[in-house]
Write a protein that binds this ligand. Structure first.
Ligand SMILES: [Zn+2]
Length: 204
């Protein structure tokens, strides 16, 4: 911490109070179609982003999140393995199994919508952990879908892009209906993360 570049714990990333609200962007916001930038240095700012992402995932009982969903164009994902949260910096798919697995996928940026997406049943993902050490993760089953879904977000790809035209149209209609019903601002919605405690982040 002496050079101020690397924070080693989540407890000390905020100099003041941690934020009470996080904003999730909705489908239609152009940030979800942008290609996110690689993280050059895992610095205190990165810890803050991962902290926010982790709290949103826990609060929303989601299985994963990608930084662009908070309006942040950085290549960061957090996978919720339920027993632990796994952040991966600059994640990259290095191998996909040939056999596929179908999951009814939803997305924090698409409230009210879902669709059946076929993806590789297991996936190996390399990237960096919070200490900037290279890591190789293997995700299978639902979590393989989640990992592929979140990495897609970093390239501006959304789960609806994997659906047939009719299913895509249905998902988009359901999303618009939900947004109207919930009276969400079209640009995004706030998630109360005040007091959310997150499980220890897995380093590797
Ligand atoms: Zn998503």
């Amino acid at each position: 911490m002496e050079d101020g570049r690397v924070a080693h714990s989540h407890a000390d990333v905020y100099s003041g109070q941690p934020p009470k609200l996080a904003r999730v962007v909705l489908y239609g916001n152009s940030v979800l179609r942008d290609v996110a930038e690689p993280v050059v240095l895992v610095d205190p700012e990165t810890f803050k982003i991962v902290d926010l992402m982790s709290k949103v995932v826990v609060r929303m009982s989601a299985l994963g999140i990608a930084a662009p969903q908070l309006g942040i164009r950085k290549r960061i994902i957090v996978i919720n393995k339920l027993t632990e949260l796994v952040p991966v910096i600059n994640p990259r798919v290095v191998s996909l199994s040939e056999d596929e697995y179908m999951v009814e996928e939803g997305c924090l940026s698409f409230p009210g919508a879902s669709g059946k997406v076929y993806r590789a049943k297991s996936v190996q993902v390399e990237g960096l952990d919070m200490d900037m050490n290279p890591v190789l993760h293997e995700f299978t089953g639902v979590l393989a879908n989640v990992a592929q879904h979140e990495i897609d977000h970093l390239d501006g790809i959304l789960f609806i892009d994997h659906l047939e035209l009719a299913a895509r149209g249905l998902a988009i209609r359901k999303f618009h209906k939900a947004v109207r019903k919930l009276q969400f601002n079209p640009l995004g919605y706030s998630v109360n993360i005040d007091g959310v405690s997150i499980p220890t982040l897995k380093a590797a």
